[in-house]
Ligand binder design. Structure first.
Ligand SMILES: *Cc1c(COP(=O)(O)O)cnc(C)c1O
Length: 469
């Protein structure tokens, strides 16, 4: 990460990674002044979310002319793409908790917010270069659908998305498989999510094949996704605290992508008091923030829960935070992630000054929840407010409620709509989730999906056959 040659935003966008193959971070985070934030508030009020997005993304972008970037933001964030003109509205529950609604995009999960921007940026940049890109990915549900809806109709982009056959919720399957476009190729693999991911890795390891078929990725370590996610932390803060006072955020966390963007927003000067990290039973990150020990799990130690998008064994963006925590000491980070973790399966920062200052310097606190906690949170928010929350948001609500004392507004990021997780909603409150009008009839439409065994040769043949045609 540290000491890289300078490279443009658009190169990182298309590569997803820094030139050395590591996770990219800018040399330093932008620190806009009070006048910039005041102007940002005016932009949000007058020009809406897209105008604020343009202001924030300008801080991270060095090679896209301002007017072009403004137009791309306008195409990503408008009320034809999102169900609400506010894009990220906020609301308050009876007990004082705030929700930042990140799920009003085309696939009803927060991943739309970054992915829609990525789709615009890809089309723009590929057009400038006269190039094309074939995205290859694996999904357990939300990432794949967000990517497909964002890339649909974008010139020069095709998507191959691997899913574990029969293992996504019926709604998630309907979302992806009813897309009818030759540039969207759904692949149902006879296996679990890890099998899908292994296949993707195997294909990417064949560098000749990767180059020949212009393969790329849109996973959560993509730097442009993180940059786009910073925007909604700025917007939610501005909406909840019109006077500019401090807020706290509680973020349901899997790969540490969403909350990494919150961390970056905080480093940029957004007055975030606490950053509350919420996990489910797969609590590898909660354990770190409580003990200072980061111990990645074996895949057979990772349990399938009712908040499946947070079922992780290690967190792919976590290295970015550790880099900041350790004062951007790249050598130490390489030692931890390149040597200690692979050889011992864990690293231990519990005795260090950096870990001791984690709450004070970076705001982090954490907690985890169980299936029973999620059911109780869904039921209690439904009973007190008549609002249905999804199981991931319920993890956030559970953990946030333990930390409500001090009068600073606490904002839980709503990461998906309940319609995606009907079985758990029924279990919690005995009725089906509402289906937003934009999804009416979805589950009845014809499906487009190719079945595949766990066979990298067959996957390569599928890609080659599709691209060469
Ligand atoms: C992806 C996802 C998460 C986890 O987000 P990270 O960025 O991986 O921490 C949480 N909730 C939902 C609904 C998701 O789709």
């Amino acid at each position: 990460m540290a000491g890289e040659p300078p490279v443009g935003f658009s190169d990182i966008l298309l590569e997803g990674l820094a030139p050395d193959g590591g996770l990219y971070l800018p040399d330093s985070y932008p620190r806009p002044d009070a006048a910039w934030f005041a102007e940002g508030r005016r932009l949000l009020a007058d020009g809406g979310y897209a105008a604020l997005a343009h202001a924030v993304l300008s801080l991270f972008t060095d090679d896209i002319p301002g007017d072009d970037l403004r137009a791309l933001c306008g195409r990503a964030y408008n009320d034809r793409v999102f169900a609400t003109p506010d894009i990220v509205p906020v609301s308050r529950l009876r007990d004082g908790l705030w929700l930042a609604h990140l799920s009003d995009g085309p696939t009803a999960a927060f991943k739309d917010l970054a992915m829609q921007m990525l789709g615009q940026l890809f089309e723009y940049e590929l057009g400038r270069r006269g190039a094309s890109l074939n995205i290859l990915g694996a999904t357990s549900g939300d990432t794949g659908s967000a990517a497909e809806y964002a890339m649909l109709g974008r010139r020069g982009v095709r998507v191959f998305m691997l899913t574990p056959a029969g293992r996504m919720t019926p709604f998630q399957q309907a979302q992806m498989f009813t897309l009818d476009d030759p540039a969207i190729v759904n692949v149902a693999v006879d296996g679990v999510f890890d099998d899908c991911q292994d296949l993707v890795k195997e294909v990417f390891c064949d560098l000749d094949f990767k180059a020949r078929y212009h393969l790329g990725a849109v996973n959560s370590i993509n730097w442009a996704r993180l940059a786009a996610q910073v925007v909604y932390y700025v917007a939610a803060w501005m909406r909840v605290a019109p006077d500019g006072g401090p807020v706290s955020f509680c973020v349901p966390t899997g790969n540490f992508g969403n909350i990494c963007a919150a961390h970056i927003a905080r480093e940029m000067g957004v007055p975030i008091d606490r950053l509350v990290l919420a996990t489910n039973e797969n609590n590898v990150l909660d354990e770190f923030f409580r003990t200072g020990i980061y111990r990645v799990r074996d895949t057979d130690e990772t349990v399938a829960t009712s908040s499946p998008s947070m079922d992780i064994s290690k967190a792919s963006n976590f290295e970015r935070f550790i880099f900041d925590l350790l004062g951007r000491d790249g050598a130490r980070v390489r030692e931890l992630f390149g040597e200690e973790l692979p050889s011992r399966g864990f690293f231990d920062l519990s005795g260090t000054d950096e870990f001791a200052s984690i709450r004070q310097r970076f705001g982090f606190v954490s907690g985890s929840s169980t299936h029973a906690d999620r059911l109780a949170a869904i039921a209690s928010v439904w009973e007190s407010d008549g609002v249905m929350i999804d199981p991931h948001t319920a993890d956030g609500v559970t953990v946030a409620r333990r930390d409500l004392a001090d009068g600073v507004p606490m904002i839980v990021t709503e990461t998906a709509l309940p319609v995606k997780f009907e079985a758990t909603i029924r279990e919690a409150i005995g009725r089906a989730p509402e289906t937003p009008p934009r999804f009416a009839g979805l589950e009845g439409r014809p499906r487009h999906v190719v079945s595949l065994g766990r066979d990298v040769g067959a996957l390569k043949a599928l890609i080659a056959g599709t691209v060469d045609n």
